[in-house]
Design a protein around this ligand. Structure first.
Ligand SMILES: *Cc1c(COP(=O)(O)O)cnc(C)c1O
Length: 531
């Protein structure tokens, strides 16, 4: 059968394709996404891809593909024999093969047993708006690369700043994630802390006599240390503050650290408090930490990458009391805002903070006279130039569900985590490490031989992964003796999960633990040999 080129130049579904190049006819009206024909073609293709992916996902028996990494590689080689960068295109049939392969190889975040990471099942309305974002392909960096993107981002930032409790002088910018937001926050802090000593942006950090210091709890995200490395402060700048029994920074210990050392040579750059630690969901006591930072005249950054959803929950909002005292705040709406990645925001209490770091004039992007005439984009706020208009999907989700609706999603996950906590505590073969501060529960499978605990807990998680049965998180918990031990965690971000499903997930963990114990340390047969 001859190929029937569709309006976008891709071959209509399920026709047999003879060999040869398949260049789209130049006249094809649907080739480019933004034309009326193109929009119709996008809608058709999205519907087709969604159907195909749905079929693939429904064929699943669990949240992950039931295969080893080696088996998955072989499957993709089979499904995509010509690679994914061929000389000649294969039309829609070739793309459907890709979609099928992705569906087979994806994790299904809507499966109630997907509980490994801070990766929510995204909202339909946000995903659909994200597709429109791609079609419009605006970039908020300059006014004339997407006026709507500039304006919507300004409005979303203003709304979020209001939720944090910031006033009219505040500002903010979308970034690619919490890691990028933290990096940008520490850049701002570095430049502020060094301003009196030298122009670090121009002259760099080398030879600066002062010793830079960034204070955060031992449970702060690793991106804080990495940002210090990138910014020339060095990872050694990080001073880790101990936490209390509920995994919260101890303000007294922070105060002691800020008092210590040689006052003449030390350069405190920032205190970083975590509102929702990645492992536990615990919140550092913001009012106390803010008071200590203020007393020492040090900037405060609050990393609320995980905890930001509490802004919209009447029940959980008190955990963020004091956040308005921070100089800068990281929010990851692609975590507890149920957005597709990426959707992160860095807010600053004073928008002028951004200017020395990134205030930037580029002749071809934002000349002064354009700016004076009102044609300014957001280039000067961001470390990126071209970037996605991520604010659109966020606005769409807020408009559709309201802040109440989003808060209710987090409340549901918090309920689930509390139920999981109770179920773990009641189970004779599970030991609770930390209860549900937000939507995470940390625990351990209790082995009959305590010496086997690390091996069995690590292996049972891989067993569930290998069989595609469940996705469970893992971390290392440092005990009183200072030794690290393997623990498991459930990160519950599916508000539709039921109590019974949480119990089922814990039962699966226990069954996998028993099986690993029975098999013993000698080579576990389900673990594929290294290849
Ligand atoms: C997830 C997380 C980050 C990093 O965010 P990304 O969006 O993954 O870059 C930073 N801080 C905390 C507390 C987090 O949980």
């Amino acid at each position: 059968a001859a190929r029937v080129p569709g309006p976008s130049g891709v071959t209509a579904a399920r026709t047999v394709r003879p060999a040869g190049p398949a260049a789209p006819p130049p006249s094809a009206g649907g080739l480019l996404a933004g034309t009326p024909e193109g929009l119709a073609e996008v809608a058709r293709l999205v519907a087709e891809f969604a159907r195909e992916a749905g079929t693939g996902l429904r064929g699943r028996s669990g949240p992950a593909p039931a295969m080893s990494p080696g088996e998955l590689t072989r499957l993709l080689d089979e499904r995509l024999p010509g690679g994914v960068v061929p000389r000649a295109g294969g039309g829609q049939e070739a793309v459907l093969a890709l979609v099928r392969a992705c569906a087979e190889a994806a994790v299904d975040l809507t499966d109630p047993r997907a509980a490994a990471h801070l990766q929510p099942p995204p909202l339909s309305v946000a995903a659909a708006a994200d597709a429109l974002t791609a079609v419009l392909n605006a970039s908020p960096d300059t006014w004339d690369s997407g006026p709507y993107a500039v304006e919507i981002e300004r409005r979303v930032v203003r709304g979020l700043a209001g939720a944090v409790g910031y006033g009219p002088d505040s500002g903010g910018v979308f970034t690619s994630g919490g890691s990028a937001s933290n990096l940008h926050a520490l850049l701002v802090a570095r430049d502020a802390a060094t301003a009196k000593l030298r122009d670090v942006r121009g002259a760099g950090m080398a030879g600066l006599a002062a010793e830079p210091m960034v204070f955060c709890s031992e449970l702060a995200h690793f991106s804080v240390a990495r940002a210090c490395a990138v910014l020339g402060l060095g990872e050694d700048a990080v001073r880790t503050v101990p936490v209390d029994r509920r995994q919260r920074m101890r303000p007294d210990a922070l105060d002691a650290l800020l008092r210590g050392g040689d006052r003449d040579t030390r350069l405190p750059v920032a205190v970083v408090a975590t509102a929702g630690t990645t492992d536990y969901g615990s919140f550092d006591p913001l009012p106390e930490v803010a008071a200590v930072a203020r007393a020492h005249g040090v900037r405060l950054h609050v990393d609320a990458a995980y905890g930001c959803g509490a802004l919209f929950s009447a029940r959980l909002r008190p955990l963020l009391a004091g956040i308005e005292e921070a100089d800068t705040v990281t929010l990851d709406l692609h975590k507890t805002g149920w957005q597709p990645a990426s959707a992160s925001v860095l807010l600053a209490r004073d928008a002028a903070d951004f200017v020395p770091s990134t205030g930037l004039r580029v002749a071809y992007l934002n000349p002064d006279d354009d700016g004076e005439a009102g044609y300014d984009g957001l280039l000067g706020l961001s470390l990126q130039t071209t970037r996605r208009a991520d604010a659109l999907k966020v606005a769409a989700a807020f408009l559709a569900l309201g802040t109440d609706g989003l808060g209710a999603l987090l409340d549901a996950c918090h309920d689930l985590a509390r139920q999981a906590e109770a179920a773990v505590a009641a189970h004779p073969r599970l030991a609770l490490t930390a209860g549900a501060a937000l939507s995470t529960v940390v625990f351990r499978y209790v082995t009959r031989d305590p010496a086997a605990s690390d091996r069995v807990n690590g292996a049972l998680r891989r067993r569930l992964l290998r069989r595609g049965t469940a996705l469970v998180g893992r971390t290392t918990v440092t005990g009183e003796d200072g030794r690290g031990a393997v623990h498991l965690k459930l990160t519950l971000l599916n508000p539709r999960t039921t109590r019974a499903e949480v119990r089922g997930l814990l039962d699966a963990v226990v069954r996998a633990g028993r099986a690993e114990e029975a098999e013993g340390p000698a080579r576990a047969p389900h673990e594929a040999p290294r290849e």
